[in-house]
Design a protein around this ligand. Structure first.
Ligand code: F6P
Length: 322
């Protein structure tokens, strides 16, 4: 391998930058030229590439976002976009491509295989919705950010004897909601995987109120069939407690990566280059039972990971809910 490129795609996630740094430094130590592609697949289509020298990669380990920037490219979903992308990789003499992104980005990288491009995918999304791996880069930081914000907000809810309903990110995956709910010992939570109804939420909140709680907390994942406002109305109607609804938003996706995400990003950046050097490619990197693993890229999106219902049950038991 003489030249390897890296891009970040989809929603950015914390830990992408340290991964880019580790990738570039490992390339250099193997005498490989590290190339950064800006703005994800859209930049690849537009041949927007830079050499990853120290001016780009130095002191970025503590930054959220991506120094290479990201995009959600519509053009890359078309055959002509894919052809342009493959042509630019070949034209620039790039031997392999490392993609950091979520499931849309990894699906895009699979489409490049038919053009003979060698790919390594790194799971980068706060959503944790890549089921072949226990963890995706950014999830740990996002949950920590969410729990910190919730702790802070609950202080003012507590002072006012108010309940709070917080909607967190995660697209269609309830992992951020589950971990935030457990970390903040929420009275109730709603996630698609659990099929939680508003009635169940009201009933769980009632158990907490009956036990003397004056500021119940409800965590909802996004994209449910009902909104936080619907839950707020139901709680007010049935339980006569004042509540406030908050959408947590991008505080979850920004900010300094946790030590977990720094180590994970660094290890995957290093490993991607080492694997390519050993002739291993067309795989997706990840983590299973705290071990770094790789799985075939083409099938990685078909591997299921069940929702952690036991964790949810533990949360319920903490409040003696059934
Ligand atoms: O995939 C990460 C994520 O933050 C999701 O949790 C959220 O639904 C989505 O991206 C928001 O995307 P955008 O910032 O492009 O609107």
């Amino acid at each position: 391998m003489k030249k390897i490129a890296i891009l970040t795609s989809g929603g950015d996630s914390q830990g992408m930058n340290i991964c880019i740094n580790a990738f570039a430094n490992t390339c250099k130590s193997h005498g490989i030229i590290p190339i950064g592609i800006r703005r994800g697949y859209q930049g690849l289509i537009e041949n927007d590439m830079i050499f990853l020298d120290d001016t780009v990669i130095k002191n970025i380990q503590g930054l959220g976002g991506s120094v290479l920037k990201v995009s959600r490219s519509e053009e890359f979903r078309t055959n002509s976009g894919l052809e342009k992308a493959a042509r630019n990789l070949n034209k620039n003499g790039i031997d392999a491509l490392v993609v950091i992104g979520g499931n849309g980005s990894i699906a895009g990288s699979i489409n490049l295989l038919k053009y003979g491009i060698k790919v390594i995918a790194i799971p980068g999304t706060i959503d944790n919705d890549l089921y072949y791996t226990d963890r995706s880069l950014g999830f740990d930081t996002a949950v920590n950010n969410a729990v910190k914000a919730i702790d802070d907000m609950m202080q003012t809810m507590d002072a006012n004897n108010r309940g709070m309903i917080v909607t967190v990110m995660g697209r269609n995956c309830g992992d951020i909601a589950l971990y935030s709910a457990v970390g903040s010992m929420a009275s109730a939570m709603g996630a698609r995987e659990l099929g939680t109804t508003i009635e169940e939420i009201v009933s769980d909140v009632k158990v907490c109120l009956d036990a003397g709680d004056t500021s119940p907390l409800v965590i909802l994942s996004e994209n449910l069939e009902y909104t936080a406002k619907d839950v707020e109305k139901a709680i007010r109607r049935n339980l006569k407690i004042d509540t406030r609804a908050t959408e947590l938003g991008y505080i979850q996706r920004g900010g300094s990566p946790s030590i977990f995400d720094r180590m994970y990003g660094m290890n995957m950046g290093i490993w991607a280059v080492e694997l390519l050097q050993e002739g291993v490619y067309n795989v997706a990197l990840g983590m299973k039972n705290n071990e770094m693993v790789y799985v075939p890229l083409e099938s990685c999106l078909n591997i299921p990971r069940p929702f952690e219902v036991e964790l949810y049950n533990k949360l319920k038991k903490m409040h003696n809910q059934k």
